[in-house]
Design a protein around this ligand. Structure first.
Ligand SMILES: [Zn+2]
Length: 58
């Protein structure tokens, strides 16, 4: 299977970075720390502390 080029980078992303109509936001799971409760890399944002979400709420 081929992945489309705009596949979200991390599970917490709504869209790939740079997608029109989206922007970076603080990860809800780790509150921007990039780390999960056990100290490992946050699975939601991939350790970046940020996720890409659609702008305008919803
Ligand atoms: Zn996170």
């Amino acid at each position: 299977m081929n992945m489309p080029p705009n596949t979200p980078t991390n599970p917490g992303d709504d869209a790939a970075p740079g997608t029109p109509g989206t922007g970076e936001d603080i990860c809800d799971v780790c509150n921007g720390s990039g780390k999960a409760k056990d100290g490992s890399k946050c699975p939601n944002c991939g350790g970046t502390g940020k996720v890409t979400e659609g702008i305008g709420g919803g």
